[in-house]
Design a protein around this ligand. Structure first.
Ligand SMILES: NC(=O)c1ccc[n+]([C@@H]2O[C@H](COP(=O)([O-])OP(=O)(O)OC[C@H]3O[C@@H](n4cnc5c(N)ncnc54)[C@H](O)[C@@H]3O)[C@@H](O)[C@H]2O)c1
Length: 406
């Protein structure tokens, strides 16, 4: 039995992420287990109110999951003291406006990434939240993937020696929508609607890289729109104005080079949809969503390049699978539990709006790099000292130019 209850406004709950990961896999799963356990052993239960634009859809979701509260009136929910947390899973374009309202209403805020469409706005949200004294958090789900947790353990254990480089492949083929429906929403392929793979994935890469390896100090990216037109949810053809693939090099603190391909136009020939290879002086690892295999220096083969002979060595067999050794829960759920503890008992939460703003900055600079065909440095981002950085970013790529950059 939970000793207390916390109310959560869930805005955009009918969407892909809002429904599956946040409502079903996180909030409902936490309710089912009897709430979030706090440090003193007591529990806090969660009470959601579903918010969206379509009342019939909300009623159907509430009925399906036995939930009492739903509304199409966000302002009313924000004005109601029963709800202490505002959670945002809207399309990116609609996010900042809703978050500003939630800050003004004094709610704690948890949101999907990217936090805003421009770095300037993302930083302003971080400042406003700080000034208003509202707690804030941004989804950092990839850090919670079992494969990446195993990678973190390897790093902490000193397995790699000095880390030299990271090579990552993320992607899969997203159908164009003509002869098979696309498996992602069409707004993802329209820059004017907040779409694009750089805006979608670079915020993830920023927190993955800075939390595992070091701050991202510069970016060179080449964005492409390989498929120029697609077919939307209603069967209408539209022009794809956003990038559907990005080929990038990031230089990290300490001299590590990360090279990451992100693509919705690639056919998978790897074990998982995301795979990172990390090479260090003492060993290497390949991690995916779940898997993690390693090759220490003591077990490294010594290939010799010989174009005249077919190579019969089984390179796959040189890798050792890292055991799971732990129960990994859904990452969205785990991060939700951490955020609830942050709100209720002030547990630490490094994944805040400022972290979100750094992710938006990387996306913005990545697009500018692609547009200008050059490497761009990233300043350190803090709440107080980034006016200069923000204005440099503005000069390089104004918010209105972002869409034209692809
Ligand atoms: N963390 C992750 O791995 C991950 C993965 C995919 C998407 N996302 C992020 O989650 C967010 C939602 O993405 P999705 O794929 O679920 O999109 P979606 O299109 O499936 O859902 C978007 C939601 O926003 C609502 N909405 C659309 N336009 C609106 C408007 N003008 N005003 C108010 N509400 C509006 C829709 O009704 C829907 O509920 C995006 O910001 C995206 O970047 C995160």
């Amino acid at each position: 039995m939970a000793e207390s209850t916390i109310g959560i406004i869930m805005n955009g709950v009918s969407g892909r992420m809002g429904y599956r990961q946040h409502l079903v896999r996180s909030i409902l799963a936490i309710r089912e287990q009897g709430g979030v356990e706090l440090s003193d052993g007591t529990r806090v239960q969660l009470e959601p109110i579903l918010v969206g634009r379509n009342e019939a859809k909300l009623a159907e979701l509430a009925e399906k999951h036995g939930l009492e509260h739903y509304t199409t009136n966000l302002d009313e929910a924000l004005a109601d003291d029963r709800w202490q947390i505002y959670a945002d899973f809207l399309v990116t374009k609609a996010r900042a406006k809703a978050i500003r309202k939630a800050i003004a209403a004094g709610k704690a805020i948890y949101t999907e990434k990217p936090t805003a469409e421009s770095f300037e706005e993302a930083l302003e949200l971080a400042r406003l939240a700080k000034e208003a004294g509202v707690k804030n958090g941004v989804v950092h789900d990839k850090l919670y993937l079992p494969g990446f947790q195993k990678l973190k353990r390897l790093i902490d254990s000193g397995f790699f020696g000095r880390i030299l480089s990271v090579r990552g492949e993320f992607g899969y083929w997203v159908f164009e929508g003509d002869w098979q429906p696309a498996q992602r929403p069409s707004w993802n392929y329209r820059a004017e609607d907040g779409g694009g793979i750089i805006v979608d994935m670079f915020p993830h890469w920023n927190y993955v890289l800075e939390n595992l390896f070091g701050r991202v100090e510069s970016v060179y990216a080449k964005a492409s729109t390989h498929i120029p037109s697609r077919v939307d949810e209603r069967g209408d053809e539209y022009v794809a104005t956003a990038d559907d693939a990005a080929y990038a090099i990031f230089e990290l603190e300490g001299g590590i080079v990360a090279q990451l391909n992100s693509s919705w136009t690639v056919r998978v020939n790897r074990d998982e949809l995301v795979e990172f290879q990390v090479d260090g002086t003492h060993g290497s690892a390949v991690v995916g969503l779940f898997g993690c295999k390693i090759q220490p220096r003591n077990a490294t083969p010594k290939p010799v390049w010989n174009p005249d002979l077919a190579d019969s060595h089984d390179y796959d067999a040189d890798w050792l699978e890292v055991p799971t050794n732990d129960v990994f829960e859904n990452g969205f759920k785990t991060q939700w539990e951490e955020f609830i503890r942050h709100v209720v008992e002030d547990a630490p939460n490094p994944y805040d709006f400022l972290a979100g703003a750094r992710g938006v900055l990387l996306a913005e600079r990545g697009l500018a790099s692609s547009r200008d065909g050059r490497r761009i440095e990233l300043p350190e981002v803090t709440l107080g000292s980034t006016d200069a950085a923000a204005s440099v970013a503005d000069a390089e790529v104004g918010a209105s130019e972002l869409t034209g950059a692809r």
